[in-house]
Ligand binder design. Structure first.
Ligand code: F6R
Length: 616
């Protein structure tokens, strides 16, 4: 949820930057700060906790003057919500300032190296590690751009970084690594801008350049010089966006769904922000109103949701039962409300909803309340009805607005939130110790980077697949265990946007009926990552092949057996099995999207569907 704005020109940098940060307020944040430079006044840092209005009050009281500067709104990841943890962060000499969006996955390792060298730390953030590393490389390189290049090459994880050094007062440098943080540059006569999101700078320019993974930009009053992190030169097109805010928000993408698929690495960073504490081996869910004692009392959890969100609930059942050892039942909200469920006092209702306005989901929550059962809502839309009525608290996804009717980034963020909730519950109930939790936290922070790898790799592969299958009238999706709901989700995505009839099945059930459908025209998508159940999936795949079905297998990197059996394979990086659905879902979203585009369908607004289902 972090927002980045930077400015160099002739206007008041404070005004431009704070105005830009205000336009990003919808993304959510918990502290904000600016660093403004002027030859006479020097480097002026102003930071404050809470709303931007606090920063504005601070700056009114203690102005920051200058025509170059950086600003940031922070959503805490490492370290609490304090002024010391707010960005910008400085190196030990105070001459370098840095703002960042992303998570430095190896920050503990880098921090202990710097501590050994005697570097003093002022905050608990991973960002400060970047400032000190940058100072270290600056001493060797003597210039900011190569120093930032060396620094970025030491970071693991998706990160967008903007840096300024008082010894080079006519420029700032921005770099992007991975896809967890976007960087957009804006150009106007004699002035330039950098931001994490387009709306921040649209008041000043419509001419934008989007940095790609491993790009670096040196931004001065006169222009922007682009290069790659390996030092080679590169050119990126200038995109002129329309004033129409909807079209502007879609940016360079053809559809919102495409944009939202690409936003997943960043959404996965945002859902983790402030919620994981590597050092303590803990998960903290800031909005949850249930304490350890409440969570220990829970004997049974009812999950209710609709559509894609219901699929997230099905995966959540595996996570919660395995990690926290609490019994879980999953219902369609539209069924739950009419089946007169018997909810005991030791129960908890857990709902998943992107919009927070789905009428059946709200009715299920009401039913729980009538029976004295607390509810927790995993929800995206801030301030929505579900967030307000969840007496146990909302757990916000912080995925940003999802406009495409077919849910993508909200779904994968729901899976990660469910995992956080399961670990939080396990922590309270003592079924996991901090030492056991730590590797799970590491697996979580590695997800955004892995999601980015999949997106980049699978899009061209799926475009190629559509050439074979765009005329199909049916498709079958198979998976087992926690990947069975992903088979359901893959089928739902395909049917809703491409209008191809598709069914999802637990692979073991295939021989009890669906096998009759298999012939040489039927694409059968088999989710077969390397896990305990892999040998069973392999034999299901053999059964499909024997009947001449067209197998598209979702496999794990390094599996060289299934490519010899399946007609096509799409490969995803490995992770711990309970988190695999976050990754296996993405190729299926891309498959559905590319098929729908190939068939000329209205991807963002498929017929008969609404984004928010507020009627029964
Ligand atoms: C499918 C999809 C729908 C929603 C469902 C629930 O891609 O988006 O199935 O998941 O209508 O909506 P929310 O999550 O807003 O409650």
């Amino acid at each position: 949820m972090c927002g980045i704005v930077g400015y160099i020109g002739s206007r008041s940098a404070t005004e431009v930057i704070i105005g830009g940060l205000q336009r990003l307020e919808y993304r959510g944040y918990d502290s904000a700060g600016i660093a403004i430079y002027d030859v006479e006044a020097g480097l002026q840092l102003r930071r404050s906790v809470g709303k931007l209005s606090n920063l504005v009050a601070r700056v009114t009281h203690e102005p920051a003057v200058g025509t170059i500067g950086l600003g940031h709104t922070r959503w805490a990841t490492h370290g609490g919500v304090t002024e010391a943890n707010a960005h910008p962060h400085r190196d030990a000499s105070g001459s370098i300032v840095v703002i960042q969006n992303g998570i430095v996955e190896n920050y503990l390792e880098l921090k202990s190296r710097l501590l050994e060298q005697g570097v003093p730390f002022q905050s608990q953030t991973d960002t400060e590690v970047i400032a000190h590393l940058l100072a270290y490389h600056y001493q060797r390189e003597g210039s900011l751009a190569p120093a930032l290049r060396q620094t970025m090459l030491e970071l693991r994880g998706g990160n967008a970084v903007v840096a300024f050094c008082i010894h080079e007062p006519d420029r700032f440098v921005a770099a992007r690594l991975g896809n967890a943080g976007g960087v957009v540059l804006g150009s106007a006569q004699g002035e330039h801008f950098v931001a994490s999101d387009v709306p921040a700078i649209l008041d000043y320019t419509r001419d934008l350049i989007f940095l790609e993974d491993r790009d670096l930009a040196v931004v001065s009053r006169d222009g922007i010089a682009l290069s790659r992190l390996d030092g080679s030169q590169v050119a990126r097109p200038t995109v002129t966006v329309p004033w129409d805010p909807i079209a502007a928000a879609r940016g360079d993408y053809k559809h919102f769904m495409e944009k939202e698929i690409h936003e997943q690495p960043r959404a996965l960073v945002d859902v983790l922000r402030g919620r994981i504490d590597h050092e303590a081996g803990r998960v903290d869910l800031e909005d949850l109103r249930l304490g350890d004692a409440d969570l220990r009392r829970v004997e049974r959890i009812y999950i209710t949701a609709c559509g894609t969100a219901w699929h997230a609930g099905l995966v959540a059942k595996f996570m919660i039962e395995r990690l926290a050892r609490v019994r879980v039942e999953v219902d369609y909200a539209s069924e739950f409300r009419y089946r007169e469920p018997v909810l005991g006092k030791d129960s908890l209702l857990l709902t998943f909803t992107q919009s927070g306005e789905t009428v059946d989901t709200l009715a299920a929550m009401e039913q729980a309340r009538d029976q004295g059962v607390p509810s927790v809502a995993i929800v995206n839309a801030i301030g929505s009805q579900a967030a307000r009525v969840a007496d146990g608290g909302p757990i916000y996804l912080h995925a940003g607005p999802e406009i495409g009717v077919a849910s993508t980034k909200a779904f994968t963020s729901m899976l990660v939130s469910a995992y956080l909730f399961a670990v939080r519950l396990a922590q309270a109930r003592g079924t996991m110790t901090p030492d056991q939790i730590r590797p799970h936290l590491q697996a979580l922070v590695e997800l955004p980077g892995k999601a980015a790898t999949i997106i980049e790799r699978v899009i061209p592969q799926c475009e190629e697949l559509t050439e074979h299958y765009h005329r199909a009238s049916n498709a079958l999706f198979l998976g087992r265990q926690q990947n069975y709901p992903i088979a359901l989700e893959g089928a739902l995505k395909l049917k809703e946007i491409s209008y191809i009839h598709a069914e999802g099945y637990p692979a073991g059930e295939m021989k009890h009926g669906p096998i009759a459908l298999i012939d040489e025209d039927l694409p059968v998508v088999c989710i077969a990552p390397r896990d305990d159940i892999y040998p069973k999936m392999v034999s299901n795949i053999e059964q499909v092949q024997a009947r001449h079905g067209q197998v598209i297998a979702i496999i794990t990197d390094g599996d060289d057996f299934l490519p010899t059996r399946a007609r096509h394979t799409l490969s995803v990086p490995p992770t711990i099995p309970l988190l695999q659905p976050v990754l296996t879902a993405i190729p299926l979203q891309i498959f559905a999207y590319t098929m729908a585009v190939r068939r000329g369908c209205d991807v963002d607004q498929p017929r008969n569907l609404a984004k928010s289902v507020t009627v029964e």
